[in-house]
Structure formats: C-alpha cells, structure tokens
Design a protein around this ligand. Structure first.
Ligand code: NAI
Ligand code: MN
Ligand code: ZN
Length: 338
C-alpha cells in the first residue's frame, strides 16, 4: 500500500509500505477520503512539538472496514466509518472524568501514531464510528473537524439568548459558527476575521454580522453598535485575543479558548472576576463523534460549505502547499484515495 510519510521535517514522501494487519481489538480501514488540517502542515514543517518521525500524517479520515483483528465481530467488515483520532487509556484521572482527549497517555492518530493519509490504516475498533447510509462520504470525512466545535459548544452550553462572537473564520471558526447557528440557534452571531473571503464564508455558514478587524478597533465597533457578547469563542488563537475578549464580554459571559500558543499574554484578574466570567479551554474532542453524526443526520450542519478543494492523494504536497499559502481561496482541502 502507499502511505504519505513525513520522513523528517520538510521531507514528504509517498512510500510503499506493507499493508498493516489489525491487532487484537483493532480494525483496518481502507481509506476513501481524508482532510488536511493545520496540524498536518505543522508536522510536515517540523512545528509540532509532539510529533515523532517518520510519521504517516492525517487525523481526519473516512473509509471502509476491510479487516478485523482478534475479538472484533465480523459484522464490522464492510462498515463505512469515520475515525476518531483520540486514543486514550480509559482509567487515568482525566479519562475517569470524561476527558479522554487529555488522557495522561494520550495518543493521537497522525501525530503520535501513524494516521490516515494512507491507503489503509489500522485503528482501535472503538475509534471507528459507523456512518449511517444517508450521510454522504464527503460529509463523513468532515466529522472530526466538527467534533472540535462540538467539544467547544459542549463546554459553553449555548442558548437562544446568546450573543455569540467567534474570532477567526478558518475551518475551526466556521465549524463552530455552523454549530452555534444550526444546532443552538443563538440570538446573534458575530464573526471577526482579517480576510474578506473568509468573512463571506462565515456569512454563508450563518453569521449575522461579520467584522474585518484588520483596520478597526473591534471593541469600539461593538460598543458603537451596543453589542455585548455573552459567549466568545477564540478560533483565531492569537495570544492578544483573550485579553481583548475579557474586555469585550458581557458580565456573566463564557469564553472558550482553543489555541496552543506558547507566548504569554497579559490578563487582569479584575476584568474576569468583576464580571464573573467563565473561561473554558477546549482540546480535540471527548467522544463527540456520535454527537456530530447526529447533527449530520438531522441536517443541522452542512460540511460541504467548508470544502474548497479536492486532490488525489498523489498530489498531497501541492495540496498542503496551497492550503498553507492561500487562506483567501482555501478552507478545507480533501484528499481522495482509491
Ligand atoms: P486558520 O489559520 O485557517 O484560521 C484562523 C483564522 O483566524 C484566519 O482566517 C485568520 O485570518 C484569523 N485571525 C488570525 N488572527 C486574528 C485576529 N487577531 N483577529 C481576527 N481573526 C484573526 O486555522 P484553523 O484551522 O481554523 O484553526 C484555528 C486555530 O485553532 C489554530 O490556532 C489551531 O491551532 C487551533 N486548533 C485548536 C484545536 C483544539 O482542539 N483546541 C483543534 C484545531 C485547531
Ligand atoms: Mn483537524
Ligand atoms: Zn487516560
């Protein structure tokens, strides 16, 4: 089989490898579609501190189970599945409180262990979630990015009273925008970005108001319009955003951050306590695959609105380069495997 291997930072090869056999408790997935994410590019470029090389990248993938390991029922053969990349131990403290996404021995497919940019991938049976026939392949491959939004909204519990503000209209911001409107029907949804084309996409995904903050003071614009966000999601993840969000927020608001910056930022406690703000962080997903599959079945979200390009996996290097260079035209880029 062929696999997309990052041999070392900067070196991507499409390599012939022997087809893996599923171990006990595992299934083998014949991959049909995979999505390119920022973290794939970070591993490729050597910017992910968790990555070990050589590595088959890819943590957003969909395919068909074509072999099962010992102890896995034969009924699973032929199932269409989306794969949850989060592998956890099941008994540490975070696992015991429902946060397998921060398991003390967390393994993420495509980061710590070989992932889905490959003709075949072996994964734990429990990570392969069955996709109902009514859900198209192109939607099924997008389950993982929407689980990030499901995790974020799971922390914040949005309501129809919320005035929500989302920073960033990249793939992560847009999945969150779709969830806030389509699933939770928030009262007003504002999206902030610096790229006009992305703000257009945000409108297509349900934003009521979009603001390009490249040349304006966001706080002043919101004050002028009398908007006090009750729920703020930072899907742009610059360290300067959290202090601004704290200043913008309504009393009793919730803020969710999802960035991994190692740069410090300055926060004044009074700004948080004075308004009794709740600040959550969200990483990956804690068993949100069934949640998103349900959203898809009920037609509450439309992943195809995020997909701008599709490449045969042989062109993966070009696909990643385009994804990195052209944020105006590119949002989610898919790879097809045969
Ligand atoms: P992206 O780079 O495609 O999108 C970020 C967007 O934010 C861009 O459109 C950019 O123009 C905009 N932006 C940057 N600075 C801004 C600012 N100061 N104000 C307004 N807009 C600004 O990235 P993607 O894939 O959407 O991911 C977003 C972030 O989420 C990344 O930092 C990534 O590391 C993080 N992430 C976190 C996850 C988690 O589970 N916590 C999972 C996946 C991504
Ligand atoms: Mn991803
Ligand atoms: Zn654990």
């Amino acid at each position: 089989m062929k696999s997309v291997v990052i041999q070392q930072p900067g070196q991507l090869d499409i390599t012939e490898r022997s087809r893996p056999e599923p171990a006990a408790g595992e299934v083998r997935v014949k991959v049909k579609l995979a999505g390119i994410c920022g973290s794939d590019s970070h591993i490729y470029r050597g910017h992910n501190p968790f990555a070990k090389y050589p590595r088959v990248i890819g943590h957003e993938f969909f395919g068909i189970i074509d072999a099962v390991g010992e102890g896995v029922p034969a009924e699973r053969l032929g199932q269409r599945v989306s794969v949850d990349p989060v592998i956890s131990c099941g008994h540490c403290y975070p696992c015991s409180v429902g946060k397998p996404n921060v398991c003390t021995s967390l393994v993420v497919l495509g980061v710590h262990r070989d992932g889905g940019f490959s003709e075949y991938a072996v994964v734990p049976e429990a990570n392969a979630w069955v996709i109902p026939d009514a859900i198209a392949d192109e939607d099924a491959v997008m389950v993982e990015p929407f689980t990030i939004a499901a995790n974020v909204t799971g922390h914040a519990s949005p309501t129809e009273q919320d005035v929500a503000l989302v920073y960033g209209a990249g793939p992560m911001g847009l999945t969150t925008v779709q969830a806030l409107k389509g699933v939770y029907n928030v009262k007003q949804l504002i999206v902030v970005d610096r790229i006009e084309e992305r703000l257009k996409m945000a409108q297509g995904c349900g934003a009521d108001l979009v603001i390009n903050n490249s040349n304006v003071n966001l706080q002043a614009v919101l004050e002028e319009k009398g908007i006090k966000p009750t729920l703020i999601i930072d899907a742009a993840c610059h360290p300067s955003i959290l202090p601004e969000a704290i200043a913008l927020a309504s009393p009793a608001a919730r803020i969710v951050i999802m960035g991994f910056s190692s740069e410090p930022c300055q926060i004044v406690q009074q700004g948080i306590t004075g308004k009794e703000l709740s600040i959550f962080s969200s990483r990956l997903n804690a068993r949100k695959f069934p949640v998103v599959i349900d959203w898809l079945q009920r037609g509450l979200i439309d992943p195809t609105k995020l997909v701008t390009h599709k490449f045969d996996y042989h062109h993966v290097a070009d696909a990643i380069e385009l994804f990195e260079k052209d944020q105006r035209q590119c949002c989610k880029v898919l790879l097809t495997f045969n």
